[in-house]
Ligand binder design. Structure first.
Ligand SMILES: C[S@@+](CC[C@H](N)C(=O)[O-])C[C@H]1O[C@@H](n2cnc3c(N)ncnc32)[C@H](O)[C@@H]1O
Length: 255
């Protein structure tokens, strides 16, 4: 199976189903951002600290695998020159919908987060990369490409899952029962049986991978980035959140 092709269709279908991460911001949020009042997330709940952003006026920002009309329009309304890059045409259409509705300039580009060859070296001052690298089998190319297209002194803000999330049987975990079932790293292709995978496919669910921290954090430092900020976050409404935060956000700087 071509995972990029599969997840493109699955995310297009998530837009049709009204998944939380596909619902564009409303006019009030854009109006407030124009007045300098805004916050956005890399992980399910916690706003990114304002100190993680440079002065946005005129800065070139790449929203990487960040379609859905959420972060891109807010950053554009706050004064940045925004490019939203995503694998799902319907997610990108959400950004264009907000841009047209609000009179914002946003460039949308369809592609794979592991291949940013459509951008020249040192094209961006900031890369905003919310939780989305769980949809590709290998994250190191993402960090290498992000490093290449960042300008010196620029920052990569990323959200990703803590791999412990994938240890448990997911159906049981959703009911608050934590049974260790999977070895890490996790893959929907190899960690579960064909029957379970077919159930996800029949429901048009995106297929996921649980990457090790060595690939997530070690991969960023190996690409040449310096970790300059870190926090953890959890879902609002899942039983696992009663025990530990399953999401991580990092700020990494290109020296
Ligand atoms: C959870 S959504 C993230 C976007 C959302 N605005 C947010 O706040 O988190 C994950 C995004 O990753 C995108 N995606 C999945 N695989 C991708 C790939 N190989 N390359 C680029 N984007 C990809 C999906 O289309 C989807 O828009």
């Amino acid at each position: 199976m071509d995972i990029r092709e599969y997840n493109r269709v699955a995310w297009d279908s998530s837009v049709e189903r009204g998944n939380q991460w596909t619902i564009p911001v409303g006019p009030e949020a854009v109006a407030a951002a124009r007045r300098g009042i805004w916050e956005i997330v890399l992980t399910p709940q916690k706003p990114v600290p304002s100190g993680w952003f440079p002065n946005l006026a005129g800065r070139d920002i790449l929203c990487l695998a960040s379609g859905g009309g959420q972060q891109g329009p807010i950053l554009a309304a706050a004064g940045a020159c925004v490019t939203v890059f995503d694998n799902s045409p319907m997610q990108l259409a959400q950004d264009r919908l907000v841009a047209e509705r609000e009179g914002l300039e946003i460039t949308t580009v369809e592609g794979d987060m592991r291949d940013l060859s459509c951008f020249a070296d040192e094209s961006f001052d900031l890369i905003f990369h919310p939780c989305s690298n769980c949809f590709v089998p290998d994250v190191r190319p993402v960090w290498r490409e992000a490093f290449r297209v960042l300008r010196h002194g620029g920052a990569l803000l990323s959200g990703f899952t803590n791999p412990f999330l994938y240890l448990f049987d997911q159906d049981l975990a959703d009911r608050g029962i934590f049974e260790v079932r999977h070895q890490l790293p996790y893959s929907d292709f190899t960690s579960i049986g064909a029957e379970e995978r077919e159930r996800y496919i029949a429901g048009n669910e995106p297929l996921v991978f649980g990457h090790m921290l060595e690939d997530q954090i070690g991969g960023q430092t190996e690409a040449g980035l310096l970790i300059a900020g870190f926090y953890e976050d959890c879902w609002a409404d899942r039983p696992l959140s009663n025990y530990a935060p399953a999401f991580i956000a990092t700020r990494a700087v290109k020296p």
